[in-house]
Design a protein around this ligand. Structure first.
Ligand SMILES: [Zn+2]
Ligand SMILES: [Zn+2]
Length: 261
């Protein structure tokens, strides 16, 4: 894979991982599957796991860190994480041998890409989204956020490829058998983004640059891909942007690759 783009290896509450690729190398974004499963999914997408140059962690939840230590140590790569996440990693046994600390708001360069981290409102120690720039193009990723604020909107506006959470349908969630405390947590401003909020955010983030939208972290119990897709297609129709390629990321199987050009 040589162009600037991204490949979603899987997304959902049981595991999240994607690859951001530039002509200068590959970055793994989150490692929410076992190292073995990460390798299997990469090979399925024609990526050599040893081509991964760095791992970026969005936050400490297990669906983003399960394979972090084993994968990073096996391939001897640096793991970028914030300091609060690093403390949890140390306590919970997923701290890799090589790690580099960053703070929300920081920019750094990996594989020729400028990486910018920004805070997301989520019920973890420290959660970030990322924007990746290579040349004139931009890729943005934000999963695990309870609501969208101005800062997030500004960062994610005008991405060629945008991956945004569309976690749940609030009615399905309210009627589900989940514990009341969990329902409250998911619905809160520091929980997960519902379908309608994701679509409202898309309306403000899509610009003439936008080519691909990926909706991700879909709840297996409290959502379904058809609802997500239909609502987002309605949004694209409203914006007269049916030219944008819309995809829903799945838990069980990789989504494949998207390129900015
Ligand atoms: Zn989370
Ligand atoms: Zn998550």
């Amino acid at each position: 894979m040589s162009g600037f783009g991204m490949t979603v290896l899987g997304s959902g509450s049981s595991g999240n991982a994607s690859i951001i690729h530039s002509p200068e190398g590959n970055i793994l974004l989150d490692a929410g599957f076992s190292a073995k499963e990460l390798e299997r999914r990469m090979e399925k997408c024609s990526f050599d796991p040893s081509s991964v140059r760095a791992l970026l962690i969005t936050h400490e939840h297990g669906d983003h860190t399960k394979g972090c230590r084993v994968f990073a140590d096996k391939y001897g790569i640096d793991v970028y994480m914030t300091s609060p996440v690093c403390h949890v990693a140390e306590k919970n046994g997923f701290l890799p041998e090589h790690y580099i600390l960053f703070a929300p708001g920081d920019s750094f360069c990996v594989c020729g890409m400028e990486v910018r981290a920004f805070s997301l409102p989520h019920d973890a120690m420290d959660t970030v989204g990322f924007v990746f720039r290579y040349g004139e193009k931009k890729i943005g990723v934000a999963t695990d956020l309870g609501h969208v604020n101005t800062l997030i909107r500004e960062h994610l506006k005008g991405c060629s490829i945008l991956m945004l959470e569309s976690n749940h349908d609030p009615d399905i969630l309210r009627n589900s058998s989940r514990a009341l405390s969990l329902k409250r947590r998911i619905l809160s401003r520091h929980g997960h983004l519902c379908n309608a909020d994701a679509c409202a955010a898309l309306e403000e983030m899509i610009t003439g640059e936008t080519r691909n939208i990926i909706l991700a972290h879909i709840s297996s119990e409290c959502n379904n891909c058809e609802i997500v897709e239909n609502l987002a297609l309605q949004t694209l129709a409203k914006l007269k942007r049916e030219d944008i390629l819309l995809k829903v990321a799945l838990q069980e199987t990789p989504l494949g690759s998207f390129y900015t050009a």
